[in-house]
Design a protein around this ligand. Structure first.
Ligand code: COI
Length: 356
């Protein structure tokens, strides 16, 4: 592991006065973690410095060819005031897998984790106290070569920034409406769907804007070949409950392998639900909602936590699920997951990294 240099700010910012109005990703803390990479040299100069803008050459490759990947994880405050992380090593391992697909270097995961822990020590007072709030952590890697040839960059920057957040959707735990996207696609087999590359999110923005104009929070992506099978909602993986039987699309290379998804599949089994990962045809899901067989739909994600889906719209037809409120399965999973994350429920799986 590399030694981490620390330079503290001389101008700390005021913390948010009202933690009930944090929203998502609008306020940033006083410091950030940075680390550079150069081909042949590896990762070097890990450091914590005051939060602030980067200067960047207009010919920097990330601005043109988009070698950019990111992660999302959170730091939680327990009722006793102590702080903890949830499976952060999974995020850094996934970043290395994203990097491989994008022709970027594997992360120095050990130094990244040490940098994150040190950053949390320095930013401890930025972790909010209010129920349902947390410090959202955004590790990111970008290419930094200055050239216009389409090649892998020789140099990269890894950074971690942090933002105190409330719920991702303005609805909170109230069910959101989702638009089933039948024109655009997010990812195809052999592409980058399983990575957290910036381009996947760029490709989703237009459809998201159109869905929002129609009154929906996000879109449900279908597969990029036949547009018949359920994939994910850009900011969360999808699950459907048939009573106590939970189904979710199997990972197929074009779906993000969510850490919350994986954790929920484990917890659901431990709570006695039956879980199944398989290819889900939207036509079957539609018929099963209409027939009342599907009793709940919800998304899972770090930012989204567990977000119940109360309405789906496809080709102008609207179906409601769960009578406008969170269902018992989603509520139980939400209570268990957040209970572990905030230290209210014993962590029997060894997922928590206690910081203080
Ligand atoms: C997360 O859940 O952390 C994400 O990265 C999803 C989204 C906010 C882009």
């Amino acid at each position: 592991m590399l030694d981490i240099n620390v330079t503290l700010t001389t101008a700390p910012k005021a913390k948010p006065a009202d933690e009930t109005k944090l929203g998502f990703g609008k306020i940033f803390t006083d410091h950030m973690f940075l680390m550079n990479y150069e081909k042949g040299k590896g990762w070097f100069d890990p450091r914590i410095v005051p939060y602030g803008p980067f200067t960047m050459d207009p010919a920097c490759t990330v601005l043109h060819y988009g070698q950019a990947i990111f992660e999302g994880t959170k730091c939680y405050r327990r009722a006793d005031g102590g702080l903890q992380l949830f499976r952060p090593e999974e995020n850094f391992a996934r970043m290395s897998r994203s990097a491989e697909r994008m022709g970027m270097p594997a992360l120095d995961e050990e130094t990244a984790l040490a940098g994150l822990k040190k950053l949390m020590e320095i930013e401890a007072d930025w972790v909010p106290h209010q129920d349902g709030t947390s410090l959202y952590i955004r590790p990111t890697m970008i290419s930094t070569d200055v050239m216009l040839g389409v090649h892998a960059s020789r140099t990269y920057l890894f950074f971690i920034i942090c933002s105190p957040v409330g719920s991702y959707y303005k609805e909170g735990l109230k069910p959101v409406g989702i638009y089933v996207e039948d024109e655009y696609v997010r990812a195809v087999r052999g592409g980058t769907g399983f990575t957290k590359c910036a381009g996947n999110y760029a490709a989703s923005i237009l459809a998201g804007e159109i869905a929002e104009e129609k009154g929906y929070s996000q879109v449900l992506w279908l597969d990029g070949v036949e547009q018949k099978y359920v994939e994910e909602v850009g900011s969360m993986n999808m699950m459907f409950a048939y009573g106590r039987h939970i189904v979710t699309p199997a990972l197929n290379g074009s779906i993000l392998p969510g850490i919350t998804r994986k954790s929920i599949l484990t917890l659901a089994q431990q709570l006695g639900y039956e879980v199944e990962e398989k290819r889900l045809a939207i036509a079957d899901i539609w018929a099963d909602i209409k027939a009342g067989k599907i009793t709940e739909a919800f998304g899972t994600g770090t930012a989204a936590v567990i977000s119940p889906v109360g309405e789906l719209c496809m080709k102008g037809e609207k179906l409601s699920i769960g009578g406008g409120k969170i269902g018992p399965v989603a509520q139980n999973l939400y209570d268990t997951l957040t209970g572990i994350q905030y230290g209210r429920v014993p962590d029997e799986n060894g997922w928590i990294v206690k910081l203080s």
